[in-house]
Ligand binder design. Structure first.
Ligand SMILES: Cc1cc2nc3c(=O)[nH]c(=O)nc-3n(C[C@H](O)[C@H](O)[C@H](O)COP(=O)(O)OP(=O)(O)OC[C@H]3O[C@@H](n4cnc5c(N)ncnc54)[C@H](O)[C@@H]3O)c2cc1C
Length: 389
């Protein structure tokens, strides 16, 4: 039987970041059900330059975006972003880099190995069963388990601590080479071809473009593939300057879209990343948050193990709630409202966004609602209502 201080389930950005921030003395095993890190791609990689720099992500793993366009059936809004520029991550490159950050530590990475279940022992440790595609079933004894399994919530679900998320964003993406697509321009689009959610065009590394659509289940019945086909037959691609060639790769992924819940710690089981619903409700953006929270958790965990005092973990949980609870509640409220929008609502929204300042747009995409911005938006709304009377 293998033994370690910390068993991490899932080697996405959250799990890998926990591992990289553990002290050298803390032993850890990461189990990852996929055969490779960062493959298949299950995320479109949009984020912000400021955060990429704060998190020390090397420049070769992102494309900088300073033009952001919004399209609906009959409206468009275009922004030159000067201050809070965006980035599109090279997902496979970034995740492999994150894995390299814990390579020299006291950690083992078991690829193609799936966590199946765990049982708490009388001494407080956990005995987990995992299944490797190569060596079959084995058990791992650990003091802590980190649930970084994304929307699967594999550990907290196996222990009956939480149900699987009942509301999910399901995305499909075509990734292809288009050399003449501007490398600094990202597009978000809404309206009739993607009524079930929204779509995006993100330029990424090696002249590649990601064209994606997302659908929220169970709010909408639509199959993302059907939505994608509808998009390909619409005039949207011409408007956005996108040409889908004969050959393309298909990426797909799932992200939880449920109400914010600040509880992360369940005894010695702690959830992080998408397993803790970290992606923003407005744009489904979770990579930077998974990395940041993963690193904070790794540091708190090492201190807890070294000092035998869980106060560091509880401080981590409290800080997470204080940082995100209010904005995520507002964002989630908006997210639920917009899933019922029709084409005319979207035209109005895009026209409204067109009146925003650059910082209001980026704050909206960041899912940050400071009171001044909320007040200004409400005032704008009221003014337009009065003008229409
Ligand atoms: C279509 C789509 C588009 C997105 N676009 C963006 C974007 O533009 N920008 C952004 O920042 N975020 C985006 N996101 C969200 C972002 O991908 C997530 O927030 C982020 O990946 C969360 O990281 P994580 O490590 O928590 O989970 P994940 O990245 O999901 O990693 C968890 C890993 O755990 C593994 N795993 C699951 N169960 C088990 C098990 N039982 N045993 C072993 N391993 C297991 C999985 O295979 C998975 O690789 C998008 C998501 C989707 C679905």
């Amino acid at each position: 039987m293998r033994e370690c201080d910390v068993l991490i389930v899932g080697a996405g950005p959250a799990g890998l970041s926990v591992a990289s921030a553990l002290s050298d003395k803390t032993s850890c095993i990461i189990v990852h059900q996929d055969a490779e890190i960062g493959k298949p791609v299950r995320s479109s990689g949009g984020s912000f330059l400021r955060d990429a720099k704060t998190l020390s992500v090397p420049e070769k793993y992102y494309q900088v975006i300073d033009k952001l366009y919004f399209y609906s059936d009959h409206a468009e809004a275009k922004f030159d972003i000067r201050t809070d520029k965006m980035v599109i991550f090279d997902i496979t490159g970034l995740y492999q880099y994150l894995a390299s950050l814990s390579e020299r530590k006291n950690r083992e990475l078991l690829l193609a190995t799936k966590f199946l279940n765990t049982v708490k022992q009388s001494d407080g440790s956990y005995l987990s069963t995992v299944r490797s595609k190569i060596s079959g079933e084995e058990t791992i004894r650990s003091t802590f388990i980190i649930d970084a399994s994304g929307w699967h919530c594999a550990v907290v679900h196996a222990l009956g601590l939480l149900a699987k998320p009942e509301r999910l964003g399901i995305g499909i993406e075509y990734e292809f080479i288009q050399e003449d697509y501007p490398k600094n321009r990202a597009v978000l689009f809404v309206g009739s071809p993607v009524l079930a959610g929204y779509g995006w065009v993100f330029p990424t590394h090696y002249n590649r473009v990601r064209l994606g659509v997302g659908v929220i289940k169970p709010d909408r019945d639509d199959n993302p593939r059907v939505v994608m086909n509808r998009l390909l037959d619409s005039g949207f691609l011409d408007r956005m300057g996108v040409r889908v060639p004969e050959e393309y790769e298909v990426n797909s992924g799932i992200v939880p879209t449920i109400a914010f819940d600040r509880k992360l710690i369940f005894d010695n089981v702690i959830r992080v990343g998408d397993a803790a619903n970290c992606a923003t409700p407005i744009a489904g953006e979770g990579i930077r948050i998974a990395i940041e929270q993963g690193r904070l958790l790794g540091a708190a965990l090492s201190k807890t193990i070294a000092q035998g005092n869980p106060c560091h973990l509880y401080a981590f949980e409290k800080a997470y709630g204080s940082k995100y609870a209010r904005d995520y509640k507002i964002g989630f409220w908006a997210n639920q409202r917009i899933t019922n929008y029709g084409p005319e609502d979207w035209d109005k929204s895009v026209n409204r966004i067109g009146k925003f300042s650059e910082s209001q747009v980026t704050e909206l995409l960041r899912n940050r609602f400071d009171f001044r911005n909320l007040f200004r938006t409400a005032l704008l709304h009221l003014k337009r209502k009065l003008q229409g009377m």
